[in-house]
Design a protein around this ligand. Structure first.
Ligand code: ATP
Ligand code: MG
Length: 795
């Protein structure tokens, strides 16, 4: 676990830079990437990173991304996974169009390529045993030795290989090996095995084959057959690149052909993403299945209610780099809150109810109070009514007889506001003989309806439901599956299950939700005020039963959590018995909304504290919202520290569009800070303002400006000079772009005709040509749109 800091989001990563360069020099007709899952399990969050990268690049460059099932191993593939994987990718928001492939469909062509290598004397049939081959391969310090079959004649090799295919030999009798270099420092190059004999049934090919190619032999050919240009894989394959190139060169694939590039895999703390490691947990019944909401599988995240946009945002925040890193799941939770904050209507639910009786209200009085679904800072319309009456339910933890310091909720003799309703005072506490609180007897102040304070200050607000009208529901609270960051750190003789977090699932059987949710679609994601984001469990909540999953808490509670009544929490595998206690509950009034992604998000609470101590900052916050019209989330971030706010002021002095400058600060600048303080950046607010000005004036594209910012963050400098140095002046106007588009189309009359006859994937070629002609300064999206316009207009 060397580098625990996830790489921040930068304008473009090293892979996109490579692709941009290739497009700029016109190396390929269009960008082709692929996602090659092995159908031996469900996709997980690590695959999501790879999906976002491969499909993302294809989209950005106007190319295409293939979905190819890497099903060359007859022993593990299953049809069930083939279907599930496709469903998960579509859910994540990606589309492979007509480009669905199966590696096993290439077996015949792969066989022909092997024959080419045999004929060239570059592959041979070795009849040694597996042990003999391993033993003769040598070690890191000792070169390998040839086995006695290495010098078989081409004719003999051809004959044996043909008979291997024909099924004349038993498993293990022979293998086909590359004749490469037994002394290579790269062990993979020491005559690797290309084919082995397996008399096994293949789920797609049946019994047509009894020889099967190994990964290193097969993968590069699959890419080459499909015309892939950029084959992206994780870092542990870097030694395999040499063999990838050797095979393609020797089979005779010429440049421009596919090349392999490696990026860092996603490692998520407190979880395990490997299919091989997850499987025992599923099969042993610890988890409800591959879609258990605690799992980092896409099926699990989807069932839990995490929106696909949040996963894409997370992938974007994590970025790609060349060094391994471990990512805190807090980042995914942060992205999830970011999406849900904007999209989830607010309603009220009480997870652990305590009765509250309003003694100055009649038994049968009911008042329907209007309650907006959205807080003031979210510009959306809509409301429902909530029934207010004599018997209510509030959260047990919102009452304390012996309150800790700073407790702003209900105490004996104290007052609290009931959200959307009135201020109530607790006059009496009724207990059972054991001293357990049974109900609170309160009076309400009719003059305090809907936010009127009646002269009170600093009063807290709690949520509630009507006892009579509320709906009973089961609520499932999820937590990290493992209790330590690296679950594979095992005690002697232990296994993964030793590190499971016993509180990863807590079920509240007797929760109550306000009646309005009954009418809503099953897939509505709600914010239950103060307790988190929830939705109906799509499996167990699909019928009449109300079963809610907590998607994510309101804020990061991990690490500084008190465990109220932890002893009562009883949890087991996926079918817990019962528990009624509050866990992971938020403290205090509803917290501030999540802010935009940042390299190191500073908790909003900390920022609020800074403002309380600095009246000037508090005044600026007010001015940013009221005077400049910024959202309160952005204003909150911008006034987190004096230095950050000063930086913003300086930027604003250069470029007066507040919303634009704010977005640069909140989204982009924080991305390139990489944990640095704003004071430590090698440029100041004025430079950022000037950069925003260059984009505003159309001198640089928004996309190129991100590169400029990344360069400034690294080396400093004035944006005008950086733009000139990097040659990033934008192709300035639409008519210039159109002129290039026309030139490109005129240069490719046959391809244009093919496109109009239906070969729409040629668009990538045209986009590439436009990018080449403009030295990468055109906006590829604009180029794409313009090309489509012209191509369609002429048909
Ligand atoms: P597992 O060990 O979980 O089965 P895998 O690498 O065998 O993972 P594949 O189905 O072969 O899974 O992977 C499909 C694609 O997803 C590959 O290109 C692989 O590099 C990528 N991938 C798998 N795991 C991760 C990860 N943790 N981070 C980023 N990419 C990943
Ligand atoms: Mg695999």
């Amino acid at each position: 676990m060397s580098d625990k800091r996830a790489s921040g989001r930068t304008g473009t990563d090293f892979i996109r830079q490579i692709v941009t360069a290739h497009m700029g020099e016109g190396r390929y007709e269009g960008v082709v990437t692929r996602f090659p899952p092995e159908p031996n399990g469900y996709l997980h969050i690590g695959h999501a990173k790879s999906l976002c990268l491969n499909f993302g690049i294809a989209q950005e460059f106007g190319g295409r991304c293939h979905l190819r099932f890497d099903d060359t191993n007859p022993e593990t593939e299953e049809l069930e996974y083939v279907e599930a994987i496709q469903g998960d990718i579509r859910w994540l928001g990606f589309d492979w169009g007509d480009h669905l492939y199966f590696a096993s469909d290439y077996f015949e062509r792969m066989y022909e390529c092997a024959v080419v290598l045999v004929r060239k004397g570059l592959a041979y049939v070795d009849s040694s045993t597996e042990d003999e081959i391993r033993e003769a391969r040598g070690t890191v310090t000792e070169p390998g030795r040839p086995t006695r079959y290495r010098d078989r004649s081409v004719e003999e090799n051809l004959d044996l290989f043909r008979r291997m295919r024909a099924g004349e030999f038993a498993d293990g009798a022979h293998v086909l090996r590359g004749r490469i270099d037994l002394a290579s420092p790269n062990m993979l190059m020491r005559d690797p095995v290309f084919y082995r004999i397996r008399h096994a049934h293949h789920y797609r090919q049946g019994d047509a084959w009894c020889i099967y190619p190994l990964y290193d032999y097969a993968h590069c050919l699959e890419d080459a057959f499909e015309g892939v240009t950029h084959s992206l894989c994780t870092l542990e394959f870097d030694n395999n690149r040499e063999i990838y190139d050797w095979i393609l060169d020797n089979v005779g694939f010429e440049e421009p052909r596919t090349h392999q590039y490696e990026f860092n895999r996603l490692n998520l703390e407190y979880t395990v993403v490997s299919k091989r490691k997850l499987r025992p947990l599923v099969e042993s019944g610890y988890l409800a299945g591959w879609d258990d909401p605690r799992m980092a599988t896409l099926a699990g995240l989807r069932r839990r209610g995490v929106p696909p946009e949040a996963i894409r945002l997370f992938a974007d925040m994590v970025g790609v780099a060349k060094t391994e890193s471990w990512v805190d799941p807090g980042k995914l939770e942060f992205a999830t809150r970011d999406v849900l904050n904007r999209s989830a209507p607010r309603v009220m639910a009480v997870l652990d109810p305590l009765k509250l009786v309003i003694t100055n209200l009649d038994e049968d009085a009911v008042e329907d109070l209007e309650a907006p679904y959205w807080p003031e800072d979210i510009p959306r319309e809509g409301s429902r009514t909530v029934p207010f009456c004599r018997e209510l339910l509030v959260e047990r933890a919102d009452f304390a007889e012996d309150p800790p310091k700073g407790f702003r909720r209900l105490v004996p003799g104290g007052e609290v506001r009931l959200r959307h309703a009135y201020v109530v005072r607790c006059d009496e506490v009724v207990k059972d003989p054991e001293g357990r609180v049974l109900e609170l007897r309160c009076t309400y102040d009719p003059a305090t309806r809907g936010g009127t304070s009646g002269g009170r200050r600093g009063i807290g607000t709690i949520h509630w439901v009507s006892a009579r009208h509320a709906l009973q529901a089961e609520v499932r609270l999820y937590d990290r599956l493992f209790s330590i960051p690296d679950p594979e750190e095992l005690p002697d003789g232990g296994d993964l299950t030793d590190n499971l977090n016993p509180e990863s699932l807590v079920v509240m059987r007797d929760a109550r939700v306000e009646p309005s949710v009954a009418a809503d679609a099953a897939d509505t994601r709600y914010q239950f005020e103060r307790t988190g984001y929830f939705w109906r469990d799509p499996v167990d909540g699909a019928g009449d039963a109300l079963v809610f999953d907590r998607i994510v808490t309101m804020k990061d509670t991990w690490g500084r959590r008190v465990a109220p009544g932890a002893a009562q929490v009883k949890v087991e595998a996926h079918r817990p018995t019962v528990t009624t206690t509050a866990a992971g509950r938020d403290d205090g009034p509803p917290p501030a909304r999540g802010a935009a992604p940042a390299a190191r998000p500073q908790p909003s609470r900390e920022r609020a504290g800074t403002r309380r101590a600095d009246p000037e900052l508090a005044a600026r916050m007010q001015r940013y919202v009221d005077g400049l019209g910024l959202s309160s989330e952005d204003a909150d971030v911008l006034t987190g520290t004096r230095a950050f706010s000063d930086f913003f002021e300086a930027a604003l002095a250069e470029h007066a569009e507040a919303a634009v400058v704010a977005s640069w600060m909140v989204n982009d600048l924080r991305g390139v800070m990489q944990g640095r303080a704003v004071e430590d950046l090698p440029f100041g607010g004025a430079e950022l303002g000037r950069l925003a000005g260059l984009v505003g004036a159309g001198t640089v594209s928004r996309r190129a400006a991100k590169d400029v910012l990344a360069e400034m963050a690294e080396k400093g400098g004035d944006p005008v000079a950086v733009v000139a140095r990097l040659g990033l002046e934008k192709l300035d106007d639409a008519s210039a772009l159109d002129a290039v588009v026309r030139e490109v189309l005129a240069a490719w009359p046959e391809k244009v005709a093919d496109f109009r006859a239906g070969k729409e994937n040629l668009l990538g070629l045209f986009v590439g040509e436009v990018m080449k002609a403009t030295r990468g300064t055109a906006d590829p999206k604009a180029a794409r749109a313009r090309l489509l316009e012209r191509l369609r207009a002429g048909s």
